[in-house]
Design a protein around this ligand. Structure first.
Ligand code: SF4
Ligand code: SF4
Ligand code: SF4
Length: 255
């Protein structure tokens, strides 16, 4: 059986997902045995930009106008398009720029000698093209990526957790930082898959994996308010990674 032809692409982001893939040191040779990687700019000097692909893995948010064109081209040549990482799935860190003017952003990051580059509001891939499957995380978990490859090469759609980080946190028998210590923890509305990594170190979850399906944001906000957090504190934490802009707008503008 021919190996699936694969491309790994990066829109605007920190290349974290591509680094996770390259960090699969023990598994890289096995990955190459089952995938025919045709394009992977971070890892290869010769890339095929024209061939049809079975799977395109795409990291990062769409921020530059040319990325929209590029993403649509990738979609056209790929049977499956998989979004990798919270930026690609939700807009992530890149989407924080949407609330700050380009001028202020430039001044604060680069100072007076910086340059403003042409950009559009940062958006996840699904705002522009059909996404067949998403693996979130900032960055993705290596095990979930390997699991996704194993399923895809067998013709299956990967199965990832659909429950919240709280479930993993409870299974690890951690003390609840929200209930017991009144800390701003987004575990109840964040999708699991990291084995509640931060909580196991006593650090509250800041939601880096993005929202769980049917996240009850209203209830989370009410609990956090009861714990003494302001709407500003809560909004800042939510928007850091993944609360979709429409959730923030609908929830926070009506009160
Ligand atoms: S999701 Fe996180 S690791 Fe991935 S590109 Fe965005 S900022 Fe980087
Ligand atoms: S500490 Fe956070 S993730 Fe853990 S159970 Fe409490 S709210 Fe959920
Ligand atoms: S506990 Fe929360 S912030 Fe930490 S890795 Fe998991 S999802 Fe991300």
């Amino acid at each position: 059986m021919a190996k699936p032809k694969v491309g790994v692409f990066g829109m605007t982001g920190c290349a974290g997902e591509q680094i996770v893939i390259l960090n699969c040191e023990d598994e890289l040779m096995d990955i190459l045995k089952v995938l025919d990687i045709r394009s992977f700019h971070t890892a290869m000097s010769e890339n095929d930009e024209q061939c049809d692909l079975d799977i395109a893995f795409v990291e990062g948010a769409v921020v530059q106008p040319e990325e929209e064109v590029w993403l649509k081209k990738i979609r056209k040549r790929s049977r499956l398009l998989i979004a990798l990482g919270t930026c690609a799935v939700w807009g992530g860190v890149a989407a924080m720029k949407n609330e700050v003017s380009p001028q202020r952003l430039k001044d604060e990051v680069y100072g007076p000698r910086g340059q403003i580059f042409k950009s559009i509001p940062a958006q996840p891939l699904h705002s522009f093209v059909k996404v067949d499957f998403s693996v979130s995380g900032c960055p993705i978990e290596k095990e979930q990526f390997l699991q996704a490859i194993a399923s895809l090469v067998h013709g299956d759609i990967p199965v990832l957790p659909k429950y919240a980080v709280c479930t993993e946190c409870k299974l690890n028998e951690n003390t609840c930082l929200l209930v017991e210590k009144s800390e701003l923890c987004l575990g109840p509305i964040t999708v699991a898959g990291c084995n509640a990594r931060c909580l196991s170190y006593g650090i509250p979850c800041c939601g880096c994996r993005g929202p769980v399906e049917e996240a009850n944001i209203a209830s989370e906000v009410e609990i956090l308010k009861e714990k003494g957090f302001t709407l500003g504190d809560i909004r800042n934490q939510l928007r850091t990674y993944a609360a979709p802009a429409e959730v923030l707008q609908t929830y926070f503008t009506k009160r």
